[in-house]
Design a binder for this molecule. Structure first.
Ligand code: AMP
Length: 217
């Protein structure tokens, strides 16, 4: 299965991608996670990307396309993947199609999560990430007696530095301007399904699994 999850920041792509990757036992490829790891490790890629992440802006296309090329050609994703956060521009979508052509594979589906703008900002500024298991939680899901610990593995929770109100708004603007136009690109190719991402995590997950069970035309 080769699936692209699409949607604004905070639409639940990361949460759903983790659940789906576990269910189908295939890798979750998140360019955001890969870039944050590079920044934390102070690698040349990380040093190049840090300023863009901090500002809520997109890392240049050639850098992220190179990163995805590296991931897809190493073979770790040869049996499928759930892609989250890539592509984010039309040139990235075109480069991905070229890469799929080279690798003789096709994407099985692009699922877009629709979430209202106010809700995007509310979710981004409310969420915490676990340092150990990388799962994402909103404040309602945390244990009242120790909200600083992951409810699943007990790891330390932190707020992403780009989840502040100001950077969250910037990221939504960038999404609307640079990323949203990709919807038409995929709509034209017939591989695109938009679903309501405003619902509970479990309901969204069920709908995605139902869509994926349908035979590919
Ligand atoms: P995310 O974790 O997907 O919200 O991504 C966090 C940040 O990483 C974004 O705000 C961008 O700065 C950068 N980033 C992630 N994916 C991409 C991409 N496909 N193209 C450009 N920048 C990206």
């Amino acid at each position: 299965m080769r699936l692209i999850l699409f949607g604004p920041p905070g639409s639940g792509k990361g949460t759903q991608a983790k659940l789906l990757a576990e269910k189908f036992r295939i890798p979750h490829i998140s360019t955001g996670d890969l870039l944050r790891e590079a920044v934390a490790g102070k690698s040349p890629l990380g040093l190049q990307a840090k300023g863009y992440l901090d500002a809520g802006m997109l890392v240049p296309d050639d850098v992220v396309i190179g990163l995805i090329r590296e991931v897809l050609t190493t073979g770790i994703a040869k049996d499928g993947f759930i892609m989250d956060g890539f592509p984010r521009t039309i040139p990235q979508a075109q480069a991905l199609d070229r890469l799929f052509g080279e690798l003789h594979v096709r994407v099985d589906g692009v699922i877009s999560l629709r979430v209202e703008h106010d809700e995007v900002i509310r979710r981004l500024t409310d969420r915490k990430v676990c340092r150990s298991c990388a799962k994402i939680f909103n404040s309602n899901q945390l244990h009242a007696d120790d909200p600083s610990r992951c409810p699943e593995c007990g790891g330390e929770l932190y707020q992403r530095s780009d989840d502040t109100p100001e950077t969250a708004r910037k990221r939504l603007d960038v999404y609307l301007k640079e990323t949203k136009p990709i919807k038409d690109y995929y709509r034209e190719s017939g591989r695109f399904t938009q679903i309501d991402g405003m619902r509970d995590i479990a309901d969204v997950y069920e709908e995605i699994v139902t869509i994926l069970r349908k035979p590919i035309s």
